[in-house]
Ligand binder design. Structure first.
Ligand code: ADP
Ligand code: ADP
Ligand code: MG
Length: 461
């Protein structure tokens, strides 16, 4: 039945997601090889993998982003497939293409689908075609500032200026009027050009006080199913810091609609692999708007795994082997509630300044319903070169209230010495009345931080 059995997998990533992928692959009897940069030579991923190959110097551009070097490792080591994880080259169509051209399997959709859906403007067009609601805004590539101003005026201010190739919250600006648009667009263009090599911008109506709700989907090229939704409204700099499944704010009727929209959109491009369709949900009007599709495994996938009882990495590998989906839609059910806190090596008392260094001693939370996906071990090195996320604390229980209690307990057990972490931010959030009442929106955390800076350091550094 398996058309392209994977015997050897190359993990083209680092940190917790590299460990996460290695673990599922091992359970499937697959031999794993991980790439690593100079500073990652004694990382947990290197320790967990069957084989490890040094790829280059520490800066990502010379290692984890070096397409040719990675493809060469695959060719030299008789690798069958490459898992890109998230970040780095995960949504780089050129990389997927190079892997395909080398005769290896890319664990994800085709380079063509990545190219199509990775471009926010193109994805908006596909959503429009598929009848999935989008926020008012650009219909085409608007290169001139005048055209952006006209579209913004039609949509009505405030608008967001977005980079079509953007990701990780970068290249986004709010413009409250035409003057701001004219002033901010060149900055956004420069940032997008520098970060993504593409300065294409578009404008989209700003939806205030909305919730970020996203749907996990799986496709095999013929059929698409969804694994329900996550709420990711607690964000700083438009990047998620706390995620939950399910999104309790949704009624069953809206949940069904939003999940069906995600399936329709992915079906429209005969999607193959795991993906996430992101939406903004406006509670007042009960309307939702398509934001973007991420054609990869997402950071917060564990909350879906916990409530659905799935291993999404295993499903991705299964699909990449050319198999049809293992599951029917009716077999996916939500049980209980899960919350994930992103633990970053940052100092929340110093405006989240990165805090790299040696994590001299680490104590992990444990017990029922606790999962800690991390690259940490006592004595490990947190290099300054990459994203500051070092672990994801995930808790599950049969209700949100119980999950919150479990989260508070797990956070109090977590101890990291030698570097600063965002643990105290999560402790404060887990005690906050509005967070407990789920009275949140995408601007909530930034507002909260302005009003109530995290001052209690507790016993954690
Ligand atoms: P998710 O979309 O999975 O919820 P994020 O938006 O935080 O998570 O992005 C996942 C990771 O990938 C983060 O480490 C972020 O810095 C990185 N990232 C996201 N998009 C890009 C991109 N286009 N280029 C480089 N890094 C990216
Ligand atoms: P990225 O690729 O950087 O993840 P997204 O389009 O997914 O970009 O947007 C990231 C975040 O920015 C959203 O989760 C939301 O908080 C905010 N955002 C994006 N579009 C809008 C909008 N039209 N109105 C209000 N907030 C938005
Ligand atoms: Mg996004």
């Amino acid at each position: 039945m398996q058309k392209n059995k994977i015997n050897r997998l190359l993990v083209a990533n680092r940190g917790e997601i590299a460990c996460r992928i290695i673990r599922s692959a091992s359970e499937m009897g697959i031999e794993t090889t991980v790439i690593y940069s100079q500073c990652d030579n004694d990382s947990l991923a290197v320790r967990l993998a069957d084989n490890a190959v040094e790829i280059g110097p520490s800066p990502a551009s010379k290692s984890y982003l070096d397409i040719q070097a990675i493809v060469n490792v695959a060719l030299d080591n008789d690798i069958d497939a490459i898992h890109p994880g998230y970040g780095f080259l995960a949504e780089n169509a050129q990389f997927a293409q190079a892997v395909e051209d080398a005769g290896k399997l890319f664990i994800g959709p085709s380079s063509r689908t990545i190219r199509l859906m990775g471009d926010k403007l193109a994805a908006r067009e596909i959503a429009r075609e598929a009848g999935v609601p989008i926020a008012e805004g650009s219909q085409s590539r608007l290169d001139s500032l005048e055209e952006m101003c006209t579209t913004a005026k039609e949509a009505g201010y405030p608008v967001l200026i977005k980079a079509s190739a953007g990701g990780g919250g970068r290249g986004i600006r709010v413009a409250n009027n035409q003057e701001e648009l004219k002033c901010l667009a060149p900055q956004a263009r420069a940032e997008a050009q520098a970060a993504f090599g593409d300065g294409t911008l578009f404008v989209e109506k700003y939806i205030p006080q909305a919730r970020h709700v996203e749907v996990q989907i799986l496709g095999d090229g013929n059929r698409v199913i969804h694994c329900y939704e996550r709420e990711c409204s607690l964000q700083r700099r438009r990047q998620k810091v706390w995620e939950e499944a399910p999104a309790l704010i949704l009624t069953d009727e809206i949940r069904e609609k939003i999940c069906a929209s995600a399936v329709t959109l992915a079906g429209h491009v005969n999607y193959r692999g795991a993906g996430t369709v992101e939406f903004l949900y406006d509670e007042g009007t009960e309307e939702f708007y398509f934001l973007e599709m991420n054609t990869r495994i997402q950071v917060e996938h564990p909350v879906t795994e916990m409530v659905c009882g799935l291993d999404l990495i295993r499903e991705m590998i299964w699909i990449a082997q050319g198999n049809p989906l293992r599951l029917e839609q009716g077999e996916i059910r939500i049980h209980g509630h899960a919350i994930e806190c992103r633990i970053n090596a940052e100092n929340p008392h110093r405006d989240f300044m990165p805090s790299p260094g040696i994590a001299e001693s680490v104590t992990f939370p444990a017990g029922p319903g606790i999962r800690f996906d991390t690259m940490l071990f006592s004595g490990c090195n947190i290099p300054p070169y990459y994203d500051s996320m070092i672990g994801k604390l995930v808790v599950w229980d049969d209700s949100r209230e119980a999950a919150l209690a479990r989260l508070r307990r797990a956070l109090s057990e977590l101890a990291v010495e030698g570097i600063h972490t965002t643990k105290s931010l999560h402790q404060a959030l887990a005690e906050d009345d509005d967070v407990v009442a789920l009275n949140i929106h995408t601007g909530f955390l930034e507002q909260w931080l302005r009003q109530r800076p995290v001052t209690t350091d507790r016993h954690i550094m």
